[in-house]
Structures are given as structure tokens and as C-alpha cells.
Design a protein around this ligand. Structure first.
Ligand SMILES: N[C@@H](CCC(=O)N[C@@H](CS)C(=O)NCC(=O)O)C(=O)O
Length: 212
């Protein structure tokens, strides 16, 4: 497998965590979002949306991190990252979707570029935009995690699931927007439990070969 990705991309990060937790080896093909390599015609031919990650499996190109992650879960059932019961799976997917559907997409590079270049917001306003949406999502997640009686050391139970892959990638990218994590003790506890594991450490942005 080969993965087109970028060290600081949250969607690449969550996919790396899943690959590592499943102990799947892959080759990294770095696409620099800083150098706008995702806008090159060569990469647009790979993904017309110009997004990383893309997973190349034999002659197939898999797009969209949720689809890639679900494909990895289905095609590599060892080291499962979803619970065995349908209700548990719905809960894990819901936690992941708070990040994947409601936090990450509105803080994406192209959104921030539009705020800066078209709406003429300054850096402080753009940072404030990101913090606002991250705080809204993290507050809801914090409440969900605090009230879930079945929760263990991780988002769901006592071993990592897909929800942890989404959450940890989002916490790491939130650092760039100076989100105050002291407001989210349950999220922080899960972060600490995850980051103690080699699979999460190896997936961390700063541990990638393309980290600037
Ligand atoms: N829904 C897509 C979103 C992918 C995505 O937003 N990737 C970002 C990096 S985290 C990207 O390539 N952004 C380029 C841009 O916004 O121009 C997925 O989950 O794969």
C-alpha cells in the first residue's frame, strides 16, 4: 500500500493511526500542502478534489479518509477498531463523526484560505474561527465522554477504536489554534492514554519524514 499524505494533515494523521494500530506497513508518498502540491495537475489526476489522504492499493485509488478507514477495518479484521455489536459501532462512529463531519471540514486549508483571501479576515480572526468550531465540537465530545458509563481509558472501552484515531489527530491539530485543553479533562486523559502507545507515537505529525 502507498499513502499520499502530509505530515500536518489531520485526515492523513487519523489514517496513519489506523494503519499503525492494524500493523499494516505502507509507503508514504508526501504531498506538501504548504507548497500547494495538492493543486498540481499530477495530483489532481489522482484525486480531483485535491485532498490528502489517498491510499493506493495495487491499481486502485481509495479516496476520503472515512471510506479508507472503513475499508481498512473491513479488509484487515485483525486488530479490530470497531466494537463487535451494532450499538457499540454506532457509538464509536458517532464520536468519530463529531470530528470528521463537524469539526475538521470547516477548519480545512481551503476554508481558511477563503476566509483570508476572499473575506479578508486577518490571522487573529482566522485563528478565532478555528478555535470557535473546535471548542464547540470538543465541548460536546467532553460531555459525551464524561457521561458515558461504559467508557474506559479510551473513547469507547479499554482499547483504541476508530474514534480515538479521529480524536487524537484533531487534538494535535488544535494545538496550532491554541485551543485551551484544560477545559476538556476527559479528552486530555484519552489523549494521554493514546499517545503512550507506539502506534500513536509513530503516527504523530512531527515523527513523519516530511515534517518541516
Ligand atoms: N473529507 C476528506 C477531507 C480531506 C481533507 O480535508 N484533507 C485536507 C488535509 S487534512 C486537504 O487535503 N486539504 C487541502 C485543501 O483544503 O486545500 C477526507 O476525510 O479525506
Amino acid at each position: 500500500m502507498k499513502m499520499y499524505g502530509f505530515f500536518r494533515s489531520g485526515t492523513s494523521h487519523r489514517t496513519r493511526i489506523v494503519l499503525n494500530l492494524k500493523q499494516i506497513s505502507y509507503e508514504l508518498l508526501p504531498i506538501s500542502l504548504m507548497k500547494n502540491e495538492h493543486k498540481n495537475s499530477a495530483f489532481q489526476a489522482i484525486n480531483p478534489q485535491g485532498f490528502v489522504p489517498v491510499l493506493a492499493v495495487n491499481d486502485q485509488l481509495l479516496l476520503q479518509s472515512p471510506a479508507i478507514i472503513e475499508w481498512l477495518e473491513e479488509s484487515h479484521p485483525e486488530h479490530p477498531l470497531l466494537p463487535s455489536d451494532a450499538l457499540g459501532r454506532a457509538k464509536v462512529r458517532a464520536l468519530a463523526a463529531v470530528v470528521g463531519c463537524d469539526i475538521h471540514p470547516i477548519n480545512n486549508k481551503r476554508i481558511l484560505e477563503y476566509l483570508r483571501n476572499t473575506l479578508k479576515l486577518d490571522d487573529a480572526q482566522v485563528q478565532s474561527w478555528c478555535r470557535h468550531w473546535i471548542d464547540e465540537g470538543f465541548s460536546a465530545l467532553e460531555t459525551l465522554l464524561a457521561t458515558d458509563q461504559t467508557r474506559g481509558d479510551f473513547c469507547y472501552g479499554n482499547q483504541p477504536t476508530l474514534a480515538d484515531a479521529y480524536l487524537i489527530a484533531q487534538v494535535d491539530s488544535s494545538k496550532r489554534f491554541k485551543v485551551d485543553m484544560s477545559k476538556y479533562p476527559n479528552i486530555q486523559k484519552i489523549y494521554d492514554a493514546c499517545i503512550a502507545l507506539p502506534a500513536f507515537q509513530a503516527a504523530a505529525p512531527m515523527n513523519q519524514p516530511d515534517a518541516a
